[in-house]
Write a protein that binds this ligand. Structure first.
Ligand SMILES: NC(=O)c1ccc[n+]([C@@H]2O[C@H](COP(=O)([O-])OP(=O)(O)OC[C@H]3O[C@@H](n4cnc5c(N)ncnc54)[C@H](O)[C@@H]3O)[C@@H](O)[C@H]2O)c1
Length: 251
């Protein structure tokens, strides 16, 4: 066992096939965590696993669609079976598309809510009872600074991510006194495949309005997730939303 900040912690990370989730998985493993990688993208999961220190070894990966409640339950059962428990849950999977409200059909709205918000509920509902039984744990939910400031063409995304922040605060009030600390991270624009689909105009305008003048990297978000999972660094955070966001929102 290593002596990193997360030595021996069993961490389940969704969205681990790409971008911020993959960077968090690598950062956690470097700190000594045993990670369970979850995503719908099997090839991406294999890439992340191969990038872990030691080439994957004791870690596991799990292919699932987070919008399917039965697949979420089965995955959590498989992770508990493999690792004996979950000390840290990181809900990082997400989707993003730009659709003006007046053009948005119900299916587009519902899919966003299912992937970006309801999956957080499903994972927490499956994992938190195990944490409570074990006497503690950490939940890190990845929201977005767009929940705090809004974004044109993103009513569905902003509503889902604001929901994640409200959910985080409510769950923190419900379980913190039993040792389960629940926090959110609201990143600013981060260069990952998620924002590849947004227009070039949006990117230019967005960079120009950032106090730091640039988008972040996934590796610059991961240390915040390490902090929230660590002891003693994360011990006093619960119900918080931390903002590695290039100064986009100043809370
Ligand atoms: N990149 C940014 O600028 C930015 C900013 C703020 C918040 N975020 C949030 O960070 C999180 C990670 O985003 P990213 O930028 O790394 O994006 P990404 O596209 O690189 O990664 C998202 C991952 O989620 C997975 N995923 C999506 N739907 C899924 C489903 N139904 N079941 C299982 N897995 C699913 C994808 O396969 C992918 O691997 C998201 O929640 C996103 O909203 C990103």
């Amino acid at each position: 066992m290593t002596d990193g900040a997360l030595a021996g912690r069993r961490c389940l990370i969704t969205g681990a096939a790409s971008g911020i989730g993959a960077a968090i998985a690598v950062a956690y493993a470097r700190e000594g965590a045993i990670v369970a990688l979850a995503d719908r993208d099997e090839a991406g999961l294999a890439r992340t696993r191969a990038a872990l220190p030691g080439g994957g070894g004791q870690h596991t990966h799990h292919v699932l669609d987070l919008t399917d409640p039965a697949e979420v339950t089965a995955t959590v059962d498989a992770v508990i079976e493999s690792h004996g428990g979950v000390d840290v849950l990181v809900n990082c999977a997400g989707i993003l598309d730009e659709t003006p409200l007046v053009e948005m059909d119900l299916a587009t709205w519902q899919r966003m809510i299912d992937v970006d918000l309801t999956s957080v509920f499903l994972l927490c509902r499956a994992v938190v009872p195990h944490m409570l039984a074990a006497g503690g744990g950490r939940v890190v939910n990845v929201a977005s600074q767009l929940a705090q400031k809004g974004g044109a063409g993103l009513t569905h995304y902003c509503a889902a991510k604001a929901g994640v922040i409200g959910f985080t605060k409510a769950l923190a009030r419900e379980v913190s006194d039993r040792g389960v600390l629940v926090n959110a991270i609201a990143p600013g624009p981060i260069s990952t495949p998620l924002i590849d689909g947004l227009s070039e105009q949006w990117r230019r305008d967005k960079e120009a309005e950032l106090p730091l003048g640039r988008f972040g990297l996934a590796e610059e978000v991961a240390p915040t997730a390490v902090l929230l999972a660590s002891d003693p660094g994360g011990n006093l955070y619960t119900g918080q939303t931390l903002g590695p966001n290039s100064g986009d929102v100043m809370a």
